[in-house]
Design a protein. Sequence first.
Length: 131
Amino acid sequence: PNIDLINLIILLAGLCIFILSVIIFFTKKLTPYEALFISSCLYVLMSSVFADYHLIVFAIFPILFISNNYNVIEKDESYIIPMVTSALILAPKNFIFIKGISLQIVLNPLILIIAIILILYKTIKNKKIKI
């Protein structure tokens, strides 16, 4: 019975984050790169199975970063949080166990949630968005 409540809370939190992200994106305050990153995070966090093959979607962010022909970090800092998060997510963590549970099970969702919060907080604070 508690798992249904937890799933409902996760669903509602994900929908709230998605709606907030869409509003911020359409007011031109969230870059397409950040919007894609938040969508990818929500895809992974909202899926029923949180396995390693779901995390492969984060390989696109280093590829997009490298594919640009100019120094994006100097011109646009929206790449920093997704790049660092992608590196942390893709780094192997499945060999560390505490009481039979892999640290990856706890760390990966935590890293994604923190990254989403940082991006939305930075966007709302720095760009003076009225919600």
